[in-house]
Design a protein. Structure first.
Length: 278
């Protein structure tokens, strides 16, 4: 259990699989959790579960790409709980239209209506993926970080990816955005260091979520060829589950346990990053 009692924690993307789990677990530590998500009903479902279990949570509708909506969400959080102590930038995801159908470019695939190469990806689809992952983090940080500046302390946790250090095939927009998150985390760590704000990131390995379902599972539920490649390159030979992340999250958010920890990105990946393949 982390030292988070009465801390106000704002989590974006909290209607999703991973961040809803973070919300529930951090509420167990006594934190006051604000679940922000574009899908209000999803966020409210989890907030209701937290409150029913004796925790403190609110759900807030929020589009992280619209500064005015983020500002409105901030006002709701302050009205319910007070200023933000901790921010988890969890909003993100991918879009099938911003992916390639094949791992490698082949001339015969170019302009084939049944294939999508990098040369065929619509720039707007690419930008949407980049925006939700990177710009959403920037806009939300701009809105909530002033609470921490005024308090003289705080913590920001960004969600990066295995694709941040070594770009994955098929997902150029997502990989580029997550590489940006890794760089931005280090930038923020330095920029806010004298304000008492720590900034770190986690880089989850491969977890089965709604966003990547089509990449990891065939329609019949069996593993795709890509899944077999992933598991071959993962020494622990499995996908991650939510419980694999929460220990690191708790540590990074704890101002006592991680008081001198800032600017790091922690891979939680079953050894994927460490394995050379031979």
């Amino acid at each position: 259990m982390a030292n988070l009692k009465d801390k106000v924690i704002v989590i974006t993307g909290a209607g999703g699989v991973l961040c809803s789990f973070f919300s529930k677990e951090l509420a167990k530590d006594g934190a006051k959790v604000a679940l922000l998500d574009l899908n209000f009903d999803a966020a409210k479902k989890y907030a209701d579960e937290i409150n029913a279990a004796g925790g403190q949570a609110i759900a807030v509708a929020c589009n992280v790409l619209e500064p005015e909506k983020v500002k409105e969400a901030h006002e709701e959080v302050k009205k319910a709980f007070g200023p933000c102590d901790i921010l988890i930038n969890g909003a993100g995801g991918n879009n099938p239209m911003a992916t390639t159908t094949q791992e490698l470019f082949k001339v015969e695939d170019w302009k084939n209506p049944n294939e999508r190469t990098l040369l065929d990806i619509d720039a707007n689809a690419f930008m949407k993926v980049f925006s939700i992952n990177f710009m959403g983090t920037l806009i939300v940080t701009q809105e909530f970080a002033p609470d921490m500046v005024e308090a003289g302390k705080g913590s920001i946790l960004n969600i990066s990816s295995m694709a941040s250090a070594s770009p994955m095939t098929k997902v150029p927009a997502y990989a580029a955005a997550k590489a940006g998150i890794t760089n931005f985390t280090k930038y923020l760590c330095v920029y806010f260091a004298e304000c008492g704000i720590r900034v770190n990131a986690i880089a989850p390995g491969f977890f089965e979520t709604i966003q990547n379902a089509a990449l990891l599972r065939n329609p019949d539920g069996s593993l795709t060829e890509r899944s077999h490649k992933i598991l071959t390159h993962t020494p622990m030979k499995r996908f991650g589950v939510e419980q694999d992340l929460i220990g690191t999250v708790r540590y990074l958010l704890d101002d006592e346990a991680a008081a001198f920890v800032t600017g790091i990105e922690v891979p939680i990946d079953g050894g994927f990053w460490a394995y050379s393949g031979v």
